[in-house]
Ligand binder design. Structure first.
Ligand SMILES: Cc1cc2nc3c(=O)[nH]c(=O)nc-3n(C[C@H](O)[C@H](O)[C@H](O)COP(=O)(O)O)c2cc1C
Length: 301
């Protein structure tokens, strides 16, 4: 049985990776799950200088998912390079660095510095975080802004560039096309939906930021629709995510047009979520007599 997938020149053992921000760089999970089993590890967002993130509380539970407003807290690119990239040297999987910024210059600064690093296989540019005041979401909701940041990052990057799209838009196809037109090598989607929860007994917002990003099983059917629309609007490959919790969920995204998938919130529920998803994909393939995962990826529903 073949689960190997080629993605922007990288070879993935299987199409499964973590969604950025839900797995750090794998360090905390390394004693709980087999990092070598993953198609790729996607790091938490990295900025040129450390970001503190938003005030607490930053997480709230919802009936079938969670809301977060972490605000892209990260230690900055230098600590990331010395600590996280060094840690990842010992693992046999692709490394995709998620990049965040307040401005085009900040995105470019990170890609410039990390382009020289052998351990970095690709960049994922987060232009879609709903929880930061400037940058982030603005680049991911206005096609012209998305084109500008994509073009600049592409000029500076020596690695494939994956633009991570926001679902908080009217037309996801328009955004996918804008990324492709500006030279993106791939797109990934979806990031979280802007949402709100009020604690009616405390008479306060459940999250200090007032709004947070909704993720988890609640968003899955919308994510499948958006991945379908985006994948059928462009020729570049797509990483699909949003509420994936089983091998069958992953197969659904591949059938919708994704070439690879990412597991996010479910990692908090089950530290072996991704190895379980990989086992679930293999079980599905066995059950249906599918010899090669690429048969599913090539399906054009
Ligand atoms: C706690 C948390 C932190 C996140 N941080 C990032 C981040 O740093 N960069 C990014 O591009 N997406 C970030 N995301 C979005 C996820 O990567 C993913 O797109 C989203 O959660 C949908 O997938 P899921 O429903 O499987 O969680 C974060 C999500 C969560 C829940």
């Amino acid at each position: 049985m073949n689960t190997q997938v080629e993605f922007c020149g990288m070879k993935f053992k299987n199409p499964v990776m973590n969604a950025s921000g839900t797995f750090g760089s794998g360090m905390e999970y390394s004693s709980l799950t087999d990092l070598n089993a993953l198609g790729a590890i996607v790091t938490k967002g990295v900025a040129p200088i450390p970001w503190e993130g938003n005030p607490t509380p930053r997480i709230a539970e919802t009936p079938s998912g969670m809301m977060n407003a972490i605000g892209l807290q990260n230690p900055g690119v230098e600590v990331f390079r010395k600590r996280d990239l060094k840690f990842l040297e010992d693992y046999d999987t692709n490394v995709i660095v998620n990049v965040c910024g307040h401005s085009i210059e900040e995105y470019v600064a990170v890609t410039d510095i990390l382009s020289e690093e052998k351990r970095v296989d690709a960049f994922e540019i987060n232009v879609s975080c709903p929880n930061v005041k400037s940058g982030g979401i603005a680049f991911g909701t206005v096609p012209l802004e998305l084109e500008k940041v994509t073009k600049e990052v592409k000029k500076h990057s020596k690695k494939p560039v994956i633009m991570k799209l926001s679902p908080n838009v009217t037309s996801i196809s328009e955004m996918a096309k804008a990324a492709e037109a500006a030279g993106a090598d791939a797109i990934s989607l979806i990031n979280t939906f802007t949402a709100m929860k009020i604690d009616i007994y405390k008479r306060k917002f459940a999250i200090a930021n007032r709004t947070g990003g909704l993720s988890g099983p609640a968003i899955r059917p919308i994510a499948v629709r958006m991945v379908y629309e985006a994948a059928h609007s462009v020729k570049i490959p797509v990483i699909g995510m949003g509420g994936i919790a089983s091998g069958e969920d992953a197969i659904e995204f591949l059938m919708a047009g994704a070439k690879a998938v990412a597991v996010g919130m479910y990692n908090f529920h089950n530290p072996n979520a991704m190895t379980d998803v990989i086992a679930g994909i293999e079980k599905y393939m066995e059950k249906t007599g599918t010899e090669d995962i690429n048969e599913i990826i090539a399906l054009d529903l």
